[in-house]
Design a protein around this ligand. Structure first.
Ligand code: ZN
Ligand code: ZN
Length: 134
Protein backbone atom coordinates (compact mmCIF):
# COMPACT_ATOMS: atom_id res chain seq x y z
CA UNK A 1 0.00 0.00 0.00
CA UNK A 2 1.30 3.43 -0.96
CA UNK A 3 1.13 6.22 1.62
CA UNK A 4 -0.13 9.67 0.77
CA UNK A 5 2.61 12.13 1.67
CA UNK A 6 3.61 15.72 1.08
CA UNK A 7 6.65 15.98 -1.14
CA UNK A 8 9.60 17.27 0.92
CA UNK A 9 10.74 19.39 -2.01
CA UNK A 10 7.64 20.90 -3.64
CA UNK A 11 4.98 20.15 -1.03
CA UNK A 12 2.65 18.37 -3.45
CA UNK A 13 0.67 15.40 -2.17
CA UNK A 14 1.71 12.18 -3.82
CA UNK A 15 1.52 8.41 -3.34
CA UNK A 16 4.78 7.45 -1.66
CA UNK A 17 6.53 4.09 -2.05
CA UNK A 18 8.83 4.90 0.84
CA UNK A 19 10.34 8.03 -0.70
CA UNK A 20 9.85 11.51 0.73
CA UNK A 21 9.93 13.11 -2.73
CA UNK A 22 7.33 12.99 -5.50
CA UNK A 23 8.14 11.48 -8.89
CA UNK A 24 8.83 14.81 -10.52
CA UNK A 25 11.27 15.90 -7.81
CA UNK A 26 12.90 12.46 -7.77
CA UNK A 27 13.55 12.79 -11.52
CA UNK A 28 14.96 16.22 -10.84
CA UNK A 29 17.27 14.91 -8.14
CA UNK A 30 18.44 12.12 -10.46
CA UNK A 31 19.27 14.69 -13.11
CA UNK A 32 21.16 16.81 -10.58
CA UNK A 33 22.96 13.72 -9.33
CA UNK A 34 24.12 12.90 -12.87
CA UNK A 35 25.45 16.45 -13.31
CA UNK A 36 27.26 16.42 -9.95
CA UNK A 37 28.72 12.97 -10.52
CA UNK A 38 30.10 13.97 -13.90
CA UNK A 39 31.61 17.17 -12.49
CA UNK A 40 33.27 15.35 -9.58
CA UNK A 41 34.65 12.71 -11.93
CA UNK A 42 36.27 15.41 -14.07
CA UNK A 43 37.38 17.55 -11.14
CA UNK A 44 39.01 15.34 -8.55
CA UNK A 45 39.39 17.06 -5.20
CA UNK A 46 36.64 19.62 -5.72
CA UNK A 47 34.80 20.55 -2.56
CA UNK A 48 31.07 20.87 -2.06
CA UNK A 49 30.99 24.65 -2.48
CA UNK A 50 32.95 24.56 -5.72
CA UNK A 51 30.79 21.77 -7.15
CA UNK A 52 27.66 23.64 -6.15
CA UNK A 53 28.80 26.83 -7.86
CA UNK A 54 29.96 25.04 -11.00
CA UNK A 55 26.89 22.84 -11.44
CA UNK A 56 24.17 25.07 -10.02
CA UNK A 57 23.07 22.24 -7.74
CA UNK A 58 22.36 23.32 -4.16
CA UNK A 59 25.03 22.50 -1.55
CA UNK A 60 22.35 20.90 0.59
CA UNK A 61 21.45 18.55 -2.27
CA UNK A 62 25.09 17.55 -2.75
CA UNK A 63 25.49 16.92 0.98
CA UNK A 64 22.36 14.81 0.81
CA UNK A 65 23.97 12.65 -1.91
CA UNK A 66 26.96 12.16 0.38
CA UNK A 67 24.77 11.31 3.35
CA UNK A 68 22.84 8.78 1.33
CA UNK A 69 26.11 7.26 0.17
CA UNK A 70 25.19 7.85 -3.49
CA UNK A 71 28.20 10.07 -3.85
CA UNK A 72 31.43 8.99 -2.22
CA UNK A 73 34.03 11.50 -1.23
CA UNK A 74 36.92 9.72 -2.96
CA UNK A 75 38.75 12.55 -4.70
CA UNK A 76 36.15 14.83 -3.27
CA UNK A 77 36.67 16.96 -0.18
CA UNK A 78 33.64 16.19 1.90
CA UNK A 79 32.29 18.59 4.46
CA UNK A 80 30.33 15.80 6.07
CA UNK A 81 30.74 15.57 9.80
CA UNK A 82 29.80 13.03 12.40
CA UNK A 83 26.62 14.32 14.04
CA UNK A 84 27.97 13.33 17.42
CA UNK A 85 31.68 14.22 17.61
CA UNK A 86 32.13 16.32 14.41
CA UNK A 87 34.87 14.07 13.07
CA UNK A 88 35.17 14.11 9.28
CA UNK A 89 33.39 11.23 7.62
CA UNK A 90 32.93 10.06 4.03
CA UNK A 91 29.32 8.96 4.17
CA UNK A 92 26.47 8.36 6.54
CA UNK A 93 25.71 10.25 9.74
CA UNK A 94 28.22 9.02 12.31
CA UNK A 95 31.88 8.06 12.34
CA UNK A 96 32.79 4.41 12.93
CA UNK A 97 33.63 5.03 16.58
CA UNK A 98 30.34 6.80 17.33
CA UNK A 99 28.28 4.24 15.42
CA UNK A 100 29.85 1.60 17.61
CA UNK A 101 29.31 3.55 20.83
CA UNK A 102 25.72 4.45 19.94
CA UNK A 103 25.12 0.79 19.31
CA UNK A 104 26.46 -0.05 22.74
CA UNK A 105 24.33 2.67 24.34
CA UNK A 106 21.24 1.47 22.58
CA UNK A 107 21.78 -1.97 24.02
CA UNK A 108 22.31 -0.38 27.44
CA UNK A 109 19.04 1.53 27.26
CA UNK A 110 17.19 -1.54 26.15
CA UNK A 111 18.59 -4.37 28.26
CA UNK A 112 15.70 -6.57 27.27
CA UNK A 113 16.56 -6.21 23.60
CA UNK A 114 20.22 -6.83 24.37
CA UNK A 115 19.30 -9.96 26.30
CA UNK A 116 17.25 -11.13 23.36
CA UNK A 117 20.09 -10.35 20.95
CA UNK A 118 22.40 -12.63 22.90
CA UNK A 119 20.19 -15.57 22.11
CA UNK A 120 20.28 -14.82 18.36
CA UNK A 121 22.87 -16.48 16.15
CA UNK A 122 26.16 -14.58 15.77
CA UNK A 123 26.08 -11.76 13.26
CA UNK A 124 22.39 -10.99 13.63
CA UNK A 125 22.60 -8.87 16.78
CA UNK A 126 22.31 -5.51 15.04
CA UNK A 127 19.37 -6.28 12.83
CA UNK A 128 16.67 -5.00 15.18
CA UNK A 129 18.21 -1.51 15.24
CA UNK A 130 17.57 -0.84 11.57
CA UNK A 131 14.10 -2.34 11.43
CA UNK A 132 11.63 0.05 9.80
CA UNK A 133 8.05 -0.01 10.97
CA UNK A 134 5.66 -0.45 8.09
ZN1 ZN B 1 7.87 17.21 -5.44
ZN1 ZN C 1 31.81 10.54 15.81
Amino acid sequence: MADLKNCRQCGRVFASQGSSLCRKCLDNVDKEFAIVRRYVRDHNGADVIEVSQATGVKEETILQFLREGRLLSRGFVASLKCERCSAKIDAGRFCTKCSYELNQQLQGIMPAAAEKAKTLPTGREQMHIYKIDK
